[in-house]
Design a protein around this ligand. Structure first.
Ligand SMILES: Cc1cc2nc3c(=O)[nH]c(=O)nc-3n(C[C@H](O)[C@H](O)[C@H](O)COP(=O)(O)O)c2cc1C
Ligand code: SF4
Length: 357
């Protein structure tokens, strides 16, 4: 019988339990991707809260990725010491940390201005450039002390759109069949494996795009099998419209479990499932009724970063998160039900500046 609070392992990473913090973008990094003091505090609190491993928020591989504000970035070697400080803070609590490598969108420079370009309009050189950006960011992640990297191929950001038949109509080796559209993921994964062999490589993927003409369950299964055969270390299953509202403990938890369970039956690597977990018995029943190996949480840890410690002490405790999604628009994506101790504003150079309240 699998228990949440027992030791477990992802390849290259020992974990003290089967709870993983799913990537949660805080929106508080400086425009150049540098890490703010508030972020260090957020991750220290999370690491102390008892979770088995942490996946960082959305970390762009590019400087000129304007998809949304406040993204961390591993786009330049000069940032490595700041990210080393982050991994040191988390490791000091004995918790492993994986950085989520992502690209919101690809932007082409035209006469000094950056324009968003969709997959169909990218040149072959531009695709190779993006692949290289992911590999270079992973090399920086390894130097900064991260235990692993997560390739963000979910939620209709760049990679998720690139592999979706609703968006990608290319006729070269990066478009057309499932295998061709997945080619970019395999190039990134193989490149990282070669350049940074110590890193655990995981991927976050859509079980469904929930979009007309997009990826659906069967194609997701096929992509996961391709990744598994090529040697991915683990797969986190999500889907578009990821943060479903109206979740209640013991009533409607774990909305991606049906597809994640099918994936877990067909692949040899561990499967992590995210989405709407609020109770310990809800999570343990998934671990024991399916081949899913790990559960990941986002909003419950915004509400209570120490929820794992609380659940370990009292198995009847359920998450206080009411799935209202107000944290998406709050300052620093803090749960609106939590007391705030830090405010920030922008200085004259559009850099975020922290103001103690
Ligand atoms: C404020 C906020 C920011 C998020 N940022 C990210 C992100 O950076 N990368 C990502 O893959 N998912 C992100 N998500 C989605 C979560 O990782 C998770 O998949 C989703 O919220 C469902 O899980 P939950 O019910 O445990 O919250 C975010 C969710 C929230 C609420
Ligand atoms: S604001 Fe708080 S209660 Fe609402 S979804 Fe976010 S974490 Fe949960």
């Amino acid at each position: 019988m699998k228990k949440i609070f027992g030791s477990a392992a992802l390849k290259n990473i020992p974990l003290k339990n089967r709870l993983i913090r799913s990537a949660t973008w805080e929106g508080i990094a400086n425009p150049d991707g540098s890490v703010t003091e508030t972020a260090y505090e957020i991750y220290k609190e999370l690491a102390k809260g008892g979770v088995g491993a942490i996946i960082t928020g959305f970390t762009s591989v590019a400087l000129h990725d304007y998809y949304f504000g406040g993204m961390m970035r591993l786009c330049d070697d000069s940032l490595i010491p700041q990210y080393k400080k982050l991994t040191d803070i988390i490791h000091a609590e004995g918790i492993p940390v994986i950085t989520q490598l992502a690209l919101g969108a690809y932007y082409r420079e035209v006469k000094g201005r950056f324009m968003q370009v969709e997959p169909d309009d990218m040149t072959s050189d531009e695709i190779q450039y993006v692949i290289r950006q992911f590999i270079d960011a992973a090399i920086r992640a390894e130097k900064a002390g991260f235990d692993g990297v997560q390739i963000h191929a979910a939620h209709f950001f760049f990679l998720s759109r690139f592999i979706s038949p609703a968006v990608n109509h290319r006729t070269d080796e990066y478009g057309g069949s499932t295998k061709n559209r997945s080619h970019i993921l395999l190039d990134i994964m193989n490149g990282i494996r070669k350049a940074a062999p110590k890193l655990h490589i995981t991927i976050k993927i859509n079980s469904s795009d929930f979009t007309h003409g997009g990826i659906e369950e069967l194609e997701c299964l096929a992509i996961c099998q391709l990744l598994d055969q090529a040697g991915i270390d683990s797969i986190e299953v999500s889907g578009n419209g990821t943060s479903v509202s109206g979740i209640k403990a013991h009533v409607n938890e774990g909305y991606f479990v049906p597809v994640a369970a099918k994936i877990a039956k067909r692949v040899s690597c561990p499967v992590i499932v995210v989405g709407g977990f609020r109770s310990l018995d809800g999570m343990e029943s998934v671990l024991n009724q399916t081949d899913i190996a790990f559960i990941s949480l986002s909003r419950p840890l915004l509400r209570e970063p120490d929820l794992p410690n609380k659940m370990k002490a009292d198995s009847t405790i359920v998450s206080q998160c009411v799935s209202c999604n107000a944290c998406y628009s709050s300052q620093a994506h803090k749960c609106v039900f939590r007391k705030r101790n830090t405010l920030w504003c922008f200085d004259s150079m559009s850099r975020q500046k922290e103001v103690p309240s």
